[in-house]
Design a protein around this ligand. Sequence first.
Ligand code: GCB
Length: 641
Amino acid sequence: MHYLRICCGLLALLNLNSFASDLNIQSYNRSATSLNGNWSYIVDPYDNGFYNYRYEAFDQQDAPSKNAFFTDSKPQSPSDLIEYDFDKADQLQVPGDWNTQKEKLYYYEGSIWYRKKFDAPSTHKEERTFLYFGAVNYSADIYLNGKKLGTHVGGFTPFQFDVSGKLLPKDNSLILRVNNNRHADAVPTLNTDWWNYGGITREVKLFVTPKLFIRDYQLQLDSASSKTISGKVYLEGAKGGEKITLRLPELNIQQTLRADNNGIATFTLAATAAELWSPASPKLYSVELRAGKDKITDQIGLRTIRTSGKQLLLNDKPIFLRGISVHEEYSAEGGGRVRNAQEAKKLLEWAKSLNANMVRLAHYPHSEDMVRLADQMGILVWSEVPVYWTIAWKNPKTYNNAEAQLSAMIERDKNRAAIIIWSLANETPVSTLRTEFLTRLAHKARSLDSTRLLSAAMEKHYRSDNANIAVVEDPLAEVVDLVSFNQYIGWYDGLPEKADQVRWEIAYNKPVFISEFGGGARQGYHGTTDQIFTEEFQEVLYQRSVKMIDKIDGLVGTSPWILADFRSPRRQLSGIQDDYNRKGLLSEKGTPKKAFYVLKKYYDYKQDIYEKKYTVQEADMRNAPKQDTAKQDIAKKDPPQ
Ligand code: GCB
């Protein structure tokens, strides 16, 4: 399929993510040859292995010099001058960020060359082989046996190359130039409040498919009816008329489909007996697809999500999102970016210990492991793209980049029941250009997936005639399905007492979600409640905050900032921050701070009420005996202190 390669080259020139959304290949459950492990690396701050001394790119030359690192050259005689040697170079672990693996790379931003030697998996003539990268931050030039495969831009989404016919039986040389320099027109842009971890941060693998194979599929309940499953299968290499078998054995469903001329088959199925997925019961069904010699299986949950006025309905029942924001960072064991499913699971277990039923995966798409674990563990997900703060709204390349990242996120994760919200942006300053940019993104998201809700973390301000009345007035609120916003009353905005004075007026007839609130504390630092950065200050801030937000009309949930302390280059206060944003409810090692228990208590209370284990009054009493006496509708009352 040569447009894969053509796209790569063309889009690379345009500084885009190399892969249009229609090139997604579902490969999580395919057997694969892992290329994880030790890779040789060369630090190259001047891009010496990429440009000659006239600053011309070696890979644009017909016969690249042996000084081009991707040629992986070796001296041919004792006098041969070659000023790099991957065989003698130090090694980095893949997956993994480079910053936390080597002390000298802690603050490094720039280029690093990676090389892996490997033998090809054995394949039959007709089969196809793909080289897959889970994520590389931020851009990568990829070379196989001295030839360029392509360029990829965007640090948190997967991409792959068709390498059929390009592998040697033994000793292939796979080389990447990975660069994590920040750019004003990139996504994210120059300024973020998280560490710019560089490297091949997610898995690398080879997978082999038959010539005709199931490239992608989509299967979900119709939003309007929990009784109908609908979906699509995409066959690669099809001419039309090929047979596809779809099975959900537990539901006794077996259907034969036929691909059209584009290799697509659509279907609808009756699913009257299906058990619906929910946090309380995260039921996943085995789904099996066969076409020709290809077979793929997946585990997919069935649920509906929709809004009705100010209500949020999961499987047609009101739900309160007991959320928590999470960065994809696990520093408890010395690392930075989450390296594997075990570390991702740790973060979700921490969220569960807070009695959360939802995570906001900030501020970029997290790994596929993370969202699949959320599916299994019954944790709802808000998933977002790094359209953060000040983006170059005017620049069409920036828009295309953001759209490519959004599309790649949706394409990869569209079968995860846990994900209920795609979020378009975080705290972006209101302007016509920005709203046009985000409205286009919203249309794109809806064209790819009409079954989930859209949101964006917006901002609040105060009414000009009354400084105690907070409002959200943003034209983007008309576009999205949930009115979500971040607010820092008690931290960046006054002291915690301010929360007692503020009232909220949110005029949209849509559910309201508070995507961030919070404040910093260093775990183990104690003092009075007015002493900033103490656990006591943070505790009071949370007490006053939950009391305030619980009065907001239409509030369907919140994801305070943040589960655990995380590294940020903007947090330099010695002895307190030491390069960590300290707004975690847990330290980076996972030790709870006092505020953790305040939020947990609030979430226990909300659960009791929403699941009608207690009436509001009984829930207030905290120790009320458990009995199923609740008849009352969800009402408003101060949460427990
Ligand atoms: C925010 C941002 C988040 C920051 C946080 C903070 O509003 O969305 O990325 O880390 O505030 O700690 O200031």
